[in-house]
Design a protein around this ligand. Structure first.
Ligand SMILES: Cc1cc2nc3c(=O)[nH]c(=O)nc-3n(C[C@H](O)[C@H](O)[C@H](O)COP(=O)(O)O)c2cc1C
Length: 197
């Protein structure tokens, strides 16, 4: 198996926000593939903690209302931002598909919360890469409403479970965005055996 295909998809993957989406629908077949690939993420103890609530069609408007009301409830006069509130009302209606990302804990709690969150993040990356391969952009939004206990309950989870944000999907209306990163060499330490040991 050559590595060129995966490298191209990984580097091409971009965050594309709902206001940059066209109104092109995403086929059920592609949505199914995105979700199925999420399910193949690594998972400590095979707990498969990812849970997804997929909002399409009219349901997106209900989600938008819920997000805006929840944002109001979880912010104070100091933290409330009008533009965020407006964005929350608008974004879910601009994306053909919105996935609320959930993390379900095991009752035993044997696998740590950190590991379960990391497994869900891997699942989201699988979704984002699959979307990329189909020319679809994604946007993981972890705003206060999307990660609130209210959102956890809204998607049918409870207790120590968590809502980890929203994942918006859509075809970009314009050019595919360019990414930027600082060099990997800034983030890597090479540790080699000392001579003679
Ligand atoms: C866990 C997570 C949460 C994120 N939440 C937000 C967010 O709330 N708002 C936002 O503008 N971008 C959010 N992003 C997306 C980043 O802004 C984005 O990945 C970054 O700008 C790099 O762009 P790229 O994804 O195209 O490489 C989030 C990304 C991750 C991994």
């Amino acid at each position: 198996m050559g590595g060129e295909g995966i490298t191209e998809v990984i580097r091409r993957r971009r965050t594309v926000k709902p206001k940059e989406f066209s109104d092109q629908a995403i086929s059920q077949e592609v949505i199914d593939e995105i979700l199925e690939n999420a399910n193949w993420a690594p998972t400590h103890g095979l707990t498969e903690p990812w849970r997804f609530s997929v909002f399409t069609g009219e349901a997106r408007y209900e989600l938008a209302e819920f997000l805006a009301a929840t944002y109001q409830a979880v912010t104070t006069d100091e933290t409330f931002r009008q533009n965020k509130y407006e964005g929350m009302k608008r974004n879910a209606t601009l994306a053909p598909v919105v996935i609320v990302i959930g993390m379900k804990r095991q009752p035993s709690g044997k696998i740590s919360e950190l590991d379960e969150i990391q497994a869900v993040a891997c699942a989201v990356q699988n979704m984002h890469l699959t979307a990329t391969a189909h020319g679809i952009g994604g946007f993981w939004s972890s705003n206060a409403a999307a990660t609130s206990d209210q959102m956890r309950d809204y998607i049918g989870l409870s207790g120590d479970d968590r809502a980890l944000g929203l994942f918006y999907l859509g075809y970009p209306s314009g050019d595919w965005p360019k990414g930027k990163r600082q060099p990997i060499s800034d983030k890597v330490r090479w540790v080699e055996a000392k001579s003679g040991t």
